[in-house]
Design a protein around this ligand. Sequence first.
Ligand code: NAP
Length: 492
Amino acid sequence: MAVQCQQFIGGQWLSATGKRVSDRDPSYVNQEIAYFYEATPDDVRHAIQVAYDAYLDWREVPAPQRGRVLLKAHQILSERREELALIMMREQGKTLAEARGEIQKGLNLLEFFAGEGFRLSGETTPSEIPHNFTYTVRQPLGVVAAITPWNFPFAIPVWKLAPALVAGNAVVFKPASWTPLMSTAIVKGFVDAGLPAGVLNMVLGSGPVVGQAIALDPLTKAVSFTGSNAVGASLQQQLAGRPIKLTMEMGGKNAVVVMPDADLAVAAEGVVGGAFGCAGQRCTATSRVLVHRAIRQQFEAACLARIEQIEVGPPDAANVTMGPVIDEHQLTQGLAMVEQAVAEGAVVLAGGHRLRDGARADGVFMAPTVLSEVRPEMAVARDEIFGPVLAMMSFDTLDAAIAIVNGVEYGLTASIYTQDIKTAQRFIERVEVGMVHVNNPTIGGEAQLPFGGIKSSGLGPREMAHEGTLFFTETKTVFLDYSGTRRTGNLY
Ligand code: NAP
């Protein structure tokens, strides 16, 4: 029977009065696994006020102690890791191995941010004035918003909630409407760890109503958003001119460059894993591969041989290595991009269609798709697809490849496969992305390393790592005169 998910406001689980939203398993779309009633703008206002009241006490709790609450949440969620992975598999469609990987990543992030309670330090600097002590402190912002997508329903919320909380803020969390079960499980982990009522609130509901109301509320001091460029751009416009901090992580059109000296087996493994892992629904997914003309045929063959080993189907079926896409809209969009590319001259080397046979009859499955003869100006080479589609292009020189990689609006991640350090170093220096890999897939991130993109892929400070925590703080500069003499301060 479907579980009802509820709003979590002021330490209480509450039902709302808005539209009923159904949460379905993308492998068996006829099965409703959960549902919720959408929050209204009044619920949002209530959550924000409650959060503000709780913030006034939470900021008084010493940061190391706040960190210990996160450490406890880490312990609790670690104990529930298998249950969480199963929820993710059913609700979002990742394979169990992928779901376990994401849970582990989220736990690493929680562990890292728990320790940030000991590292929220400012600086001491010499003053120009005798017997003055000048230093900076880091202070929380107040109420902050965390708006998250469905594709990493555990790790992304954790990498926003944990730094915001350890820094002393209260959070209003608006998860994606596709993943209420996972969002509820995360909140339960924090609550069971002893987080005081009101410090973390979750409001379930539609992005344009609930997400927007949270972001635009005058008490909201920061918005940490991860999602599509369209929504990110609209939020930026609406918040322009307001005294509010923003960090926005958005889409990608990530490319791999394969040089003639690359180990082709390693490169093919990395490209196929990067393109089709999580059914291509990662912001860091490999969406373009640029292959040196001299090795094009061998590389295509190596990729196709690897793709043949991919078993697409419901993740609870035996041997499945690629699950469904999230919904019909995502599937239709992916197929339409393929159709347009073919009309523009691309050639389908693999896939290009829906899979509907046998165990795949009730789900939203797309065959892993490879297009060759793609040119940089085609839509399939420029726009984010967010599905299992890989566009192959050829190049003759490294500089030409770098120009193609940089010739899109996105700048999230890129990778090069080469054995030559000079080639790798030139690529690292010239490629316009926030994260660059050498002999690695375009995917991945670690808790202690900044994560995010440039150009249209990201705005504001990076997430994760110490930078991720600093976003949720303000610097206050202190001038402390202990001379005991009357002074008018310095004159400039
Ligand atoms: P999305 O449609 O932009 O939604 C993201 C979140 O924003 C959801 O919680 C959504 O709520 C909410 N939202 C929608 N409209 C809103 C509005 N007008 N005001 C405020 N909030 C609003 O993105 P998605 O489809 O969930 O996620 C896929 C996208 O995320 C891809 O573009 C992917 O590249 C990007 N992504 C980026 C990163 C990164 O770190 N760079 C990581 C993961 C994903 P509802 O669910 O209720 O619509």
